[in-house]
Design a protein around this ligand. Structure first.
Ligand SMILES: NC(=O)c1ccc[n+]([C@@H]2O[C@H](COP(=O)([O-])OP(=O)(O)OC[C@H]3O[C@@H](n4cnc5c(N)ncnc54)[C@H](O)[C@@H]3O)[C@@H](O)[C@H]2O)c1
Length: 256
């Protein structure tokens, strides 16, 4: 593509976003839409009235791993073949936030590995296989800084927040699988990347936000759109020579 001005353009390209109604998924939909993509937000359920008119929505439960390829083909028959796909769904058990390394509940551990890692990976594999039949595509997984480095537990002291131990296993697994897929599908021009966001601001307790900011070179938490835009970049042609990478979006958290 000679005209660099259009490298970020996704005009008329169909891009699916799982968890499209979530904090990050919504921001990803917004940024993709700004680039001209035909955006399809997928979520486990939809509100009666969806306010956005520039985005299509469809119910798609990523934890249903039955007949994945068939269901994807039905979806793509309706909205168009997936040029891009962003995995932003975040299914988790109700006790997720209470999980502690010194008191791991095996059933909860296994359930979250299934919901958050296995389901995302199986879905990614099915999506990429279909993309490969057209010799083009770009899929983005969401990992986390906690797939790259261990937590600094000092930021969780005295504020009731915690990052569950399974999160590290899940996000590390997603990073490994992203690289595996990138290697396998590179020859068929399907790019597979991941992002590793730091914490997104969402009314966390002031003490936590303060400690988080102190520990971060940019001295603040992320805004959702600051995660959405780099994901849209990875989907776009501007990232045509990028595959198998894990892009930290973390204000410098993993640089120090
Ligand atoms: N928010 C952060 O600070 C942060 C930081 C780093 C990484 N992440 C990662 O970003 C991703 C998205 O997080 P978020 O903060 O946007 O979460 P969120 O809870 O705001 O949104 C998740 C979305 O996924 C949907 N969802 C849940 N189960 C589903 C299912 N079975 N099928 C389809 N959709 C389903 C929900 O309805 C919701 O719309 C997660 O992988 C998370 O680990 C988040």
């Amino acid at each position: 593509m000679k005209n660099n001005k259009h490298l970020f353009q996704l005009k008329d390209r169909v891009v699916y976003v799982t968890g499209g109604l979530g904090r990050i998924g919504k921001a990803v939909c917004d940024e993709l839409s700004k680039l001209g993509a035909v955006v399809v937000g997928l979520d486990r359920s939809l509100p009666e009235t969806v306010v956005r008119t520039d985005i299509h929505y469809s119910v798609f439960d990523i934890t249903n791993t039955e007949n994945l390829e068939e269901r994807l083909l039905v979806l793509q028959k309706k909205f168009g073949p997936a040029y891009g796909w962003a995995n932003c769904a975040y299914p988790r058990t109700e006790d997720w936030a209470q999980s502690n390394i010194e008191n791991i509940e095996p059933q909860s551990w296994a359930a979250n590995i299934q919901l958050q890692m296995n389901c995302n990976c199986l879905l990614s594999a099915a999506v990429a296989k279909i993309m490969a039949t057209r010799n083009e595509g770009s899929l983005v997984n969401i990992a986390s800084i906690y797939g790259l480095v261990g937590p600094d537990f000092q930021i969780y002291e005295d504020n009731g927040l915690m990052t569950p131990p399974a999160y590290a296993a899940i996000k590390g697994g997603i990073i490994g699988f992203t690289r595996y897929m990138a290697s396998h599908y590179g020859p068929r021009n399907v790019r597979i990347n991941a992002v590793a966001p730091g914490g997104v601001a969402a009314d966390q307790p002031a003490g936590f936000v303060e400690k988080y900011a102190e520990r971060t070179p940019l001295r603040r938490m992320a805004e959702a759109h600051e995660v959405g835009a780099p994901i849209a970049f990875l989907v776009s042609h501007a990232a045509a020579y990028i595959t198998g990478t894990v892009l930290p979006i973390d204000g410098g958290w993993t640089a120090i």
